[in-house]
Design a protein around this ligand. Structure first.
Ligand code: FAD
Length: 404
């Protein structure tokens, strides 16, 4: 019998939530975190949460997670400062307006109190927001933001109190498989840690570990640029999300924080781009004119782990019994962390979740199925390429991660 029930690879907000939810159900858990809790993507996260999501499942996961944030101090034992100015989604073209309308109807059916607003209503409610070009807006007062590090540290502390061991400075080199089953992990010091189940929650670094067991997850690192505008005495406004332009602006003490998306290539470099600030700042000031004379600076740029459909990869790893994937959160990893923890605990301990539709997030949707070996350099059933990625790890088969 393995020494622990579950090993979680990665101590980001997803991994520690999983550890907490498993430990509170009595599982013996070890988290292997190569740096420190919250040091990965979570460190750059700006902590937004919103029920305004494009899929019914994610609306429900947001609502569940918001409820968990509300009771965070009572349940987890750490005060969480929830800011709820609401998210105001703006569409400036007819296609965006049609999408907002359809999504709002779906979100309301799922239980989110989303209002649709004409341009004039936006201007009347939030004079700080420029509204003349707005075709349609959607507003949900439940939406807001909170500090991701508090959530991460809170779950980690609560998991420890429940008996989980969180080992910082422990890097996992590979998932240890025998006969196509995950038996634990192998650390960079060569130590083998056995477990009944392994959770891969290593954020943008998950893909490399998954390739070791024959799964080429389409979960890639993309830089995301975040900026600050400093100006005292701004009039109140909600979190503004201009959907077509991928521009988010929210009020902060002493000014505003804003994020501007742009086409990016996958990269592990998330360097602050001062040049991009020159492009993004006028757009933020056009939407919130009070920012015109603000002082602008780069903020916490970082990496997001994006999948092709911008939905998480959550569920059993195809063809590797005992390995579960919790990665590819695509900009929602913080806001869905409480629900993620509960879902993974159910998958591991009950064999299924109590939430309908979670299979939509399974890796199978990308064509990764049991019996397929999708490592780069192989055909669907071809030869393993040589080199580091082809090192034999599956001891039951004498080669690495053959997926049956
Ligand atoms: C600028 C920016 C803004 C964002 N804003 C939001 C937002 O408003 N709302 C929202 O919900 N999300 C947002 N996100 C996304 C959010 O930050 C992520 O979805 C979330 O933090 C992912 O958490 P995670 O635990 O999956 O990954 P991570 O936090 O990256 O955790 C993975 C951990 O695994 C560890 N690790 C990696 N490899 C190994 C290994 N081999 N062995 C052991 N440990 C390993 C890493 O050190 C890391 O600590 C934003 C992201 C960025 C960059």
């Amino acid at each position: 019998m393995p020494a622990v029930d579950v090993i979680v690879i990665g101590g980001g907000v997803a991994g520690v939530s999983v550890a907490y939810h498993l430990a509170r159900r009595g599982a013996r858990v070890v988290v292997a975190e190569r740096a420190a809790v919250g040091a990965g993507e979570t460190a750059s996260c700006v902590g937004g949460f919103r029920a305004q999501q494009p899929h019914d499942l994610e609306v429900r996961l947001s609502l569940e997670s918001m409820a968990a944030f509300e009771r965070f101090a009572d349940e987890v034992g750490m005060e969480l400062d929830l800011r709820r100015p609401g998210y105001l989604l703006l569409a400036v073209g007819p296609a965006g307006a049609a999408r907002l309308r359809a999504e709002a109807a779906m979100q309301r059916r799922a239980g989110a109190p989303v209002e649709l607003l004409e341009a004039g209503e936006v201007g009347a409610r939030w004079p700080a927001v420029s509204h003349r070009d707005v075709a349609l807006a959607a507003y949900c007062p439940l939406d807001g933001y909170a500090d991701p590090y508090t959530v991460c540290a809170g779950y980690a502390a609560a998991a420890r109190r429940l008996g989980a061991e969180i080992r910082e400075g422990v890097e996992v080199r590979a998932v240890w498989t025998v006969g196509g089953r995950a038996e634990g992990v192998i650390t960079s010091s060569g130590e083998r840690l056995g477990a009944g189940a392994v959770i891969l929650a290593a954020g943008v670094w998950s893909r490399g570990l998954a390739q070791g067991v024959g799964l080429d997850l389409p979960a890639l690192p993309y830089p995301r640029h975040c900026f600050m505008a400093y100006k005292a005495g701004l009039p109140p406004f909600p979190v503004v999300l201009e959907t077509e332009a991928d521009l988010m602006i929210r009020p902060e003490a002493g000014g505003a924080l804003f994020i501007k998306g742009r086409p990016e290539r996958p990269s592990f470099e998330a360097l602050t781009d001062w040049g991009f600030l020159m492009d993004a700042a006028p757009l933020a000031a056009a939407r919130v004119p009070a920012l015109r004379n603000a002082g602008f600076r780069p903020g916490m740029s970082g990496l997001r782990c994006l999948t092709p459909d911008k939905r998480a990869i959550l569920g059993p790893a195809p063809g590797v019994e005992g390995l579960f994937l919790a990665t590819g959160f695509s900009g929602h990893g913080f806001m869905h962390a409480p629900a993620t923890g509960r879902l993974v605990a159910e998958m591991v301990l009950d064999g299924a979740t109590s939430t309908p539709g979670v299979e939509e997030l399974g890796a199978e949707r990308f064509g990764l199925a049991a019996g397929e070996d999708r490592r780069p350099g192989r055909g669907s059933r071809g030869q393993a390429r040589t080199g580091e990625g082809g090192r034999a790890l599956d001891e039951g088969q004498g080669r690495q991660g053959h997926v049956r």
